[in-house]
Design a protein around this ligand. Structure first.
Ligand code: SF4
Length: 220
């Protein structure tokens, strides 16, 4: 499987706005499965990551030569000594598939779009787990990943990710003038690493039962 990970059908349905036990037609079910199979088979994912020491003072986060003023990121990285920046893409196939499908079937194009979103999320989870395990063995514990554009961390900061990770050369992802990534199924993120073990969940603070009480929750 070139994607290297299964695309959860439940997540595809969620991206299509089909939450809970919703009955879908056999046709829609078949289109979802077809989109998943195509993406699992023909995606060509890539990623790049790099670790940096990080400091947090008040709302100011510093790593490499970057200084970021963000209350939500500072809160999420408080107590971290290292961070890992990463970028990942599912590759150009998904955009091609959606474009091709939209000529003949907008319903199938929607399934492909949703399956692509679930594909890059599943691929990021895979990388996230590898980073988590690698650093846990060194006594550093991962906080949930945090992407530019989330909370008060501007999308503009993606430029720092592109520069520090040489993303375009390493993965083929390009950043447009309006800060969109091409291929569209691409993600940039930072993962904080702290010597303090928290009961973090990979799905993020929004899904964590500790969220209301946790000082480090990005969900304020
Ligand atoms: S709310 Fe949960 S996931 Fe978020 S930082 Fe706290 S323990 Fe970790």
């Amino acid at each position: 499987m070139p994607l290297g990970v299964k695309i959860p059908e439940k997540e595809v349905r969620r991206y299509m706005g089909l939450r809970g036990p919703v009955d879908i037609s056999p046709d829609t079910d078949a289109m979802i499965k077809k989109a998943i199979n195509a993406l699992e088979k023909d995606c060509s994912p890539k990623h790049v990551s790099r670790a940096f020491p990080v400091t947090v003072e008040g709302n100011e986060v510093r790593f490499a030569d970057v200084v970021i003023e963000s209350r939500s990121l500072a809160r999420n990285l408080a107590g971290c000594t290292q961070c890992v920046l990463f970028a990942a893409t599912a590759g150009p196939f998904c955009d091609m598939l959606v474009k091709r499908a939209s000529v003949t079937s907008s319903a199938y194009a929607s399934c492909c779009q949703a399956a692509g979103a679930a594909a890059i999320e599943a691929y990021c989870d895979l990388i996230n787990d590898k980073i988590k395990d690698e650093y846990e063995a060194k006594g550093l514990f991962a906080r949930p990943r945090f992407s530019p554009g989330y909370g008060d961390l501007p999308l503009e900061n993606q430029k720092d990710w592109f520069r520090l990770l040489d993303i375009t050369r390493n993965t083929g992802i390009e950043l447009t003038g309006s800060l969109l990534m091409v291929p569209t199924k691409s993600v940039t993120a930072i993962i904080g690493l702290s010597p303090d073990r928290l009961p973090c969940v990979r799905q993020g603070c929004e899904s964590c039962t500790m969220s209301a009480a946790c000082t480090f929750s990005r969900k304020e």
